[in-house]
Design a binder for this molecule. Structure first.
Ligand SMILES: O=C(O)COP(=O)(O)O
Ligand SMILES: [Mg+2]
Length: 232
């Protein structure tokens, strides 16, 4: 018998509109260092490659802003390691304070389960933070696997992250579909030979739709689209 169909979801920008909490925590760390703050819109395109990339991009943008204002070159005031650790200390306990599931998410997930799909999360966010978020929204029981950015030897765009998540969920790549909003999601799906569905409501550039088997306009459309891509 072939494996059950598996719908794998990215988290930030796909299941969860996490930008307000991510941006607030970035600003908190920048403020501690006396650096200019960034708007949610500036932080938006920095999300998707994991915490370290987010923190590095936020500091780079803020340091550039200060250099422009002061006319003097600026250097990183703390180590990247320290910045990441401060970010996680601020973010983990309050990751769902302002963040919300995108409209229709819970219904779409329950519909997929009722139609026999297994569900998994494959996020570059640390696994502990991802699990805490799912539990805060009472969604954890719906997922057969949660693959975080620190769960495997590599993370998206590396296929091993997605393949490890699929194996943990008890499915197979040829029975799996990846839904995500950013290039690392698309690249991991391609490398794992899984169809990629572009979450058009997320933080990614619209052109990413060209690399997807389909662009979904809203979470409500996901059950129908996935059934079309992978009939029973
Ligand atoms: O970049 C992150 O930390 C998480 O992003 P993702 O959930 O979109 O993979
Ligand atoms: Mg994302």
């Amino acid at each position: 018998m072939s494996a059950l169909r598996l719908a794998v979801f990215d988290m930030d920008g796909t299941l969860l509109d996490s930008l307000p909490d991510l941006a607030e925590c970035c600003c908190e760390i920048l403020a501690q260092c006396g650096l200019p703050l960034l708007s949610d819109m500036q932080v938006r395109s920095m999300v998707g490659n994991g915490v370290q990339a987010l923190v590095e991009r936020a500091f780079r943008a803020s340091l550039d802003k200060k250099a422009e204002e002061s006319g003097r070159a600026q250097v990183m005031p703390i180590s990247t390691e320290e910045a990441v650790s401060r970010f996680m200390a601020a973010y983990t306990p309050r990751a769902t304070r302002l963040s919300r599931l995108f409209p229709g998410t819970e219904d779409a997930l329950r519909t997929l389960r009722a139609q026999g799909w297994l569900l998994a999360v494959c996020t570059n966010k640390p696994e502990k933070a991802a699990r805490r978020i799912l539990s805060d929204f009472r969604l954890e029981d719906l997922f057969a696997a949660v693959g975080g950015g620190d769960s495997f030897a590599a993370r998206k765009p590396d296929a091993r992250h997605l393949l490890g998540t699929i194996a943990q969920a008890g499915s197979a790549p040829e029975r799996s579909v990846m839904v995500g909003d950013m290039p690392p999601d698309c690249l991991a799906a391609q490398a794992a030979s899984c169809p990629f569905v572009f979450a058009g409501w997320g933080y990614g550039a619209p052109e990413l739709a060209d690399k997807a088997v389909v662009k979904a306009a809203a979470m409500q459309d996901i059950p129908t689209l996935l059934a079309r891509i992978m009939p029973v």
